[in-house]
Design a protein around this ligand. Structure first.
Ligand SMILES: O=C(O)CCC(=O)C(=O)O
Length: 278
């Protein structure tokens, strides 16, 4: 699906916009089922991400006055959104970017309602879900056209090469980069406007942000995260459960244990001793 030039651009810039991954019918089904999920399951809106970053990104009268609809795991409610996790053309694109075996990490809707849809501060996605390697790609699937005025994604090209950066964190805020150094007024970023159906692939190390949606229409996009199956989440012990969903290719054994049962002569499963770790 992706050309060598596109893969090269992603490696250099840390992001890539691609069209034509989904058919018109697939997009229409995803839009319709997302409308259903939001109507049926989501009763409230919030202002968006909370935190002191709002003082630096919004005028005084608007700091508490933005709106957002977020919904994680749409596959809990819709089969179309379950199938998207394994979507062949999408996962083949991801495979070209992060490695031959790919694992799914998560799916979340970020919707900016009309006129005062929330902005997002400059940040990397790494502090939200740190893993032990760089090959983690977020796919921003657009359900609506996202011109610049709608608060489209903005990225700092090449910033993924800096590796994980220190963010402002704490119970009072979502992670964001310190605005004294990292702010759209101080660091050059480029808007990445998109059409409905487009996907923006970006590294979880790429610095990005987005402005308010000031248009009269919704700006809905769904972020689907994938990573090289050889990587693991840093704060999840190998013995703790987590999705572990391989969506493309075959995961090699690495440091993980072999399965621990075999079928005996009587057709019964017999549990064996755990082998030593490789
Ligand atoms: O959708 C946006 O405008 C930004 C989303 C974002 O910052 C993220 O997914 O980490």
């Amino acid at each position: 699906m992706l050309t060598a030039e596109q893969v090269e651009a992603y490696r250099n810039d840390g992001y890539l916009r691609a069209s034509g991954i989904f058919t018109a019918e697939e997009l229409e089904e995803l839009q319709r089922e997302m409308d259903f999920i939001v109507d049926e399951w989501w009763g409230e809106e919030s202002i968006g991400w909370k935190g002191p970053w709002r003082d630096h990104y919004l005028p005084a009268g608007e700091q508490e006055n933005t709106r957002a609809v977020f919904i994680a795991n749409p596959q809990f409610y819709s089969a179309a959104w379950g199938r998207i996790i394994f979507h062949r053309r999408l996962t083949e694109c991801v495979r070209a970017l992060v490695g031959s075996a790919v694992q799914w990490h998560g799916t979340i809707l970020h919707a900016k309602p009309p006129e005062r849809g929330t902005p997002f501060p400059m940040h990397q996605d790494y502090p939200f879900y740190p893993h032990d390697g760089p090959d983690f790609v977020d796919c921003l699937l657009h359900l609506d056209d996202a011109p610049e005025a709608s608060g489209c994604l903005q990225v700092v090209p090449g910033s993924h090469k800096e590796g994980p950066l220190e963010h402002v964190t704490g119970d009072h805020t979502r992670p964001y980069l310190p605005p004294e150094k990292y702010h759209p007024d101080k660091v050059a970023s480029v808007p990445v406007p998109a059409k409905a159906g487009d996907v923006i692939f970006f590294s979880y190390l790429t610095i990005h942000w987005s402005d308010m949606n000031r248009t009269g229409g919704w700006r809905r996009s769904v972020r689907i995260g994938y990573h090289d199956a050889a990587m693991r989440p840093i704060f999840v012990k190998p013995t703790d459960p987590y999705p572990n969903l391989v969506v493309a290719g075959l995961k090699r054994r690495g440091t993980q244990s072999r399965l621990t049962y075999k079928v005996t002569g009587q057709g019964q499963e017999q549990h064996l001793k755990q082998p030593a770790r490789a």
